[in-house]
Design a protein around this ligand. Sequence first.
Ligand code: ATP
Ligand code: MG
Length: 361
Amino acid sequence: MPNNDPDAKPRILTGDTPTGRLHLGHWVGSLENRVALQDRYDCYFLIANMHAFTTRADKPAEIRESVIDIVKDWISCGMDPERSTFVLQTEVPAIAELTWFFAMLLPFNRVMRNPTLKTELETKGLGDNYSFGFPMYTVGQCADILAFRPELVPVGEDQVAHIEPCREVARRFNQLYCGIDPHTEDADYPGAGAVFPIPHAKIGRVGRLVGTDGVNKMSKSLNNAIFLSDTPKQIKKKMGQLFTGRQTMDEPGDIHNALFDYVRIFIRDPERVAELERRYAAGDNIGDGHVKAEVAEAIDELIAPMRERRAEYEKPGGDDLAIDILKAGTRRANEVAEETLAMAKDAMQMDFGKRGELLPA
Ligand code: ATP
Ligand code: MG
């Protein structure tokens, strides 16, 4: 719905790349915030399937499957398609068009210096042969966000480096094409006649959850993730693999290791957390195995209601149900994105006629 109404709720845009199923890192980094904010904000949640092709152009079937898995993950974790809008990136043509315009507003070297991009090149082993499209996703993400003219973008820590170029693009576009004074405060752009508000990132309760390898960011592509769709047995097994290096239960342990990060993040009773910390630090007859089992149980408590909500979508016909939800959301999303594109083109003096006039019916 157009956002011209001053009483309309402020907007959120965020999303996930369909490169696998969602995991605990997504939950603490972004999903938890999405669920909490969906009543106060007009939320658009995007599945960035075009961006999945930047690293997996040879795996269309996997990307397709992940798209459906992510819709199921979202619903399972409490994101509600009645209150929020689920969007499929490739069916919102305005995003691809805005990507082109925005590519002209970001210096090439600025994109290549992005620290998250560099880390991804390394951890994903992309070497020297990454596609031209890979760094393009930085620009594409500006378009994903700005197509919805949101105020807030709930993301994990690694994505903050991607929100910054988006803010720069928005400022630059507004200054070049809407005559906004460069000294304008970010918050004052909308009132000054800008097309784009300057959105800001909102980092979740945990900005970077370490994976079960105890080293890297938990990531779908690194084989170190506990998925929101894992069974209690899988959770227990994966927690058991978390390496601490500690040998015996009477050896004083380091409560700042990855295992205790998990204790503090997932065990919700602060007294129990304090007790475990005290005994572990003192080497007071408490083995890693016991702590891991307690954490696994706490994680399972978090995931059990998700499992219940997911059940309906695991039955025959579940995939179609998920696809229908995505189609309905994408239709709504196109109303907003088309409106944004028309505003942007007008500002860029591309006012040669309405889009519908020149396309086949
Ligand atoms: P990939 O390995 O394909 O990059 P990913 O696991 O990093 O996948 P994304 O789809 O890139 O997942 O990220 C989706 C959102 O989840 C982003 O906002 C990102 O910051 C957040 N996120 C991902 N992993 C973590 C994590 N381990 N801790 C906190 N937030 C995370
Ligand atoms: Mg990522």
